[in-house]
Write a protein that binds this ligand. Structure first.
Ligand code: HEC
Ligand code: HEC
Length: 212
């Protein structure tokens, strides 16, 4: 266990193991991290850790058929390896610049958790294929934003989960549906959404800036 040097790594493993063991074997008190809890209960620190991890997960709703180029090797690998712990992430949820650091966090988890949790660990070549697929289908980022009312509000609101989206990727009428979907994500991930006035302000800006 010497390679598990960070306390977060230890904590995640100690959190995952007892839960799995208890539900499988009904075993008692094999949980090093659950000192204060009884059978199946988490300590307050573990509860907080688990809750905070769950706040930052990819939102539900993406199916394998929704992935771009669903028959490609990249899509198939993502479908195999990226649903073990959370919902299927959309490649469009992050920009090309951001994907490498997200992927790195996922490789870390796969490498550290593999022994105890029976995860299928992708090879280095498979990781490369997945990363290239995610980057190729990533969120298109705005280079310059045309001025107009609502620009600053768009910039702050639409960068809390991913990079700044390019207003030109959708036509004026398509933006309404996309922003509504983003409001669902906000509700799911951030526990808040936009007021009708804020919704209109962003949609009006996007309609102007989309140029269509
Ligand atoms: C071993 C479990 C595990 C696997 C397998 C896994 N993830 Fe994650 N993922 C997590 C955890 C835990 C978090 C929350 C903490 C964080 O963001 O690092 C997370 C968060 C994320 C986020 C951040 C949510 C967001 O959009 O801001 C993205 C993106 C993501 N995962 C993508 C992937 C991709 C792509 C794969 C497949 C290559 C993958 N994950 C495989 C555990 C996993
Ligand atoms: C709470 C997190 C969150 C916020 C805030 C957010 N997004 Fe997203 N965005 C996502 C996720 C998750 C995806 C990938 C899944 C999807 O497409 O629904 C995504 C994908 C996208 C995409 C690429 C997919 C497509 O349909 O073109 C665009 C464009 C986009 N967001 C625009 C916006 C805009 C505009 C805002 C501000 C109103 C915004 N996002 C705010 C989470 C968020």
């Amino acid at each position: 266990m010497s390679h598990v040097s960070s306390s977060l790594g230890r904590r995640l493993i100690s959190l995952a193991l007892p839960v799995a063991f208890m539900s499988l074997a009904g075993c008692q008190d094999s949980a090093p991290a659950s000192q204060t809890g009884g059978q199946g209960e988490l300590s307050p620190v573990d509860e907080l850790l688990l809750a905070s991890v769950k706040v930052a997960l990819p939102p539900p709703g993406v199916t394998p058929a929704d992935l771009p180029d669903p028959g490609s090797q990249g899509a198939r690998l993502v479908t195999t390896h990226c649903i073990a712990c959370h919902s299927l992430p959309s490649p469009a949820s992050h920009s090309a610049t951001d994907w490498p650091r997200y992927a790195r966090r996922m490789w870390l988890r796969l490498d550290r958790l593999q022994d105890s949790l029976n995860l299928t660990v992708p090879s280095t070549a498979e990781r490369q294929v997945m990363l290239e697929y995610l980057i190729e289908n990533s969120l298109q980022v705005a280079s310059a934003l045309p001025s107009g009312p609502g620009r600053d509000f768009f910039r702050t609101t639409c960068t809390s989960c991913h990079d700044l989206p390019d207003p030109k990727v959708h036509s004026a009428e398509d933006w309404v549906a996309v922003v509504r979907r983003m409001m669902d994500h906000m509700q799911e991930i951030q526990g808040r959404s936009l007021t009708p006035e804020q919704f209109s302000r962003i949609v009006l800006y996007l309609e102007t800036a989309s140029g269509a």
